[in-house]
Design a protein around this ligand. Structure first.
Ligand SMILES: [Zn+2]
Length: 225
């Protein structure tokens, strides 16, 4: 049972570690962030230091299955002295402050079209006001925001994962405030490897590349025509 749901979560930024799938109840998938780093919402620089966790429940839809994502959200510490943000919760693409993910809202909006909201809400077992939220202007936004894994702005930073011993290259989207990927090492090879995951079409979405040291922009741009 667990595998069926885990495999179809299709999120590169989360790891599912437990699924509770009881008859007649909405499946609950316990997840945690996959990346060892998170972006500070104030200064947009990556942080690797955590300071506790809290649980957060969000209604999500995997294909057509409505589930509860039970997220073990890590609290990070921003250790940059010039930043006023002391701690922050990690963020996930398509999951805002509300109780339902953007893809869930989008799915509900499609279902609610032409049907009484109350009936749809009862069928799905979700609070009615999520559906009202959904049929409002959320739809187009929800569909657009997470379509590409890359955003318009790609930030490439270096981070020390273990106090100066293990270095990693962090690829993030400051616009969405999320980490896209973490690669081993800090040389050009890791940028090449990252590029390889994306089609030329996807890479074209990126209009700004920023990095914490120069010399690697060429690696990213080099194979683009
Ligand atoms: Zn900061």
């Amino acid at each position: 049972m667990a595998d069926r749901i885990n495999l179809s979560l299709r999120r590169a930024d989360m790891v599912a570690f437990r699924t509770i799938d009881e008859e007649g109840r909405r499946p609950v998938v316990h997840v945690t962030g996959r990346h060892v780093v998170a972006l500070c919402p104030s200064c947009r620089r990556p942080s690797v230091t955590t300071n506790g966790t809290r649980w957060r429940e969000v209604i999500d839809v995997v294909r057509t299955l409505v589930i509860t994502l039970s997220i073990c959200v890590r609290r990070f510490v921003c250790e940059w002295e010039d930043c006023e943000q002391r701690t922050f919760d990690e963020r996930f693409c398509g999951i805002g402050r509300g109780g339902a993910s953007e893809r869930a809202l989008s799915f509900f909006a499609d279902l609610a079209r032409g049907r009484a909201t109350r009936a749809v809400a009862r069928d799905l077992g979700v609070p009615e006001h999520y559906l009202r939220l959904a049929v409002a202007s959320k739809r187009s936004v929800a569909n657009e925001r997470c379509r590409g894994r890359l955003g318009a702005h790609l930030a490439i930073d270096e981070a020390s994962l273990e106090k100066g011993f293990i270095y990693a290259t962090i690829f993030s989207d400051p616009g969405r405030g999320v980490v896209i990927d973490v690669g081993p090492g800090r040389d050009g090879a890791v940028v090449w490897a990252f590029c390889g995951f994306y089609s030329a079409e996807e890479r074209k979405q990126v209009t700004v590349v920023t990095m914490d040291d120069d010399g690697r922009v060429g690696s990213w741009r080099g194979d683009e025509r």
